[in-house]
Design a protein around this ligand. Structure first.
Ligand code: MN
Length: 160
């Protein structure tokens, strides 16, 4: 009888271990955005973006620091609309694989550890690649006014 109990307990442990393994192996979508320094923040609920995007406002601009700093997490396929920054923007790629494109230029792939400078008033967009999430820190100059939002990035533009 004692033997049976031990076997039942062992079977349970094996089942639980298998279950945990399965959970880990199906968790690859979120794995690349785990263990980051900054929290994902809140889901963005405005129409300046396509797809699911998260924002953690790290620094608000003020009279001393004239740039806003935010951590932005784009789920695969998600992106900004076309837009322009009156005082430019710096993008620090923290994780995943992203896309960046300026008007009249080719789309470029942005990888973890890379830095992009968005020039003043140049229309552009950025976001995740089709297959991978993308996490960026955006440092946005605010001394010359707010971001100017333009048209959505069409699927054709996005995949080109
Ligand atoms: Mn931008």
């Amino acid at each position: 009888m004692k033997h049976l109990k031990t076997i039942a307990l062992l079977a349970l442990v094996v089942m639980l271990a298998a279950c945990e393994n399965k959970m880990q192996s199906t968790n690859t979508d979120t794995q690349e955005t785990e263990n980051l320094i900054f929290a994902k923040g809140e889901k963005i609920n405005n129409d300046n973006f396509t797809g699911t995007v998260w924002l953690n406002n790290l620094v608000n601009a003020d009279s001393v620091n004239q740039s806003a700093v935010g951590s932005v997490t784009f789920e695969p396929g998600a992106r900004t609309k076309w837009h322009a920054h009156p005082a430019g923007q710096i993008i620090l790629a923290l994780d995943g694989v992203g896309y960046y494109q300026e008007e009249r230029k080719e789309k470029v792939i942005v990888r973890k550890g890379e830095v992009v400078k968005c020039p003043i008033d140049v229309p552009h967009w950025h976001g995740a690649s089709a297959d991978s999430a993308f996490v960026q820190i955006a440092i946005t100059g605010r001394e010359k006014g707010e971001t100017v939002w333009l048209n959505p990035v069409t699927d054709e533009e996005y995949h080109k």
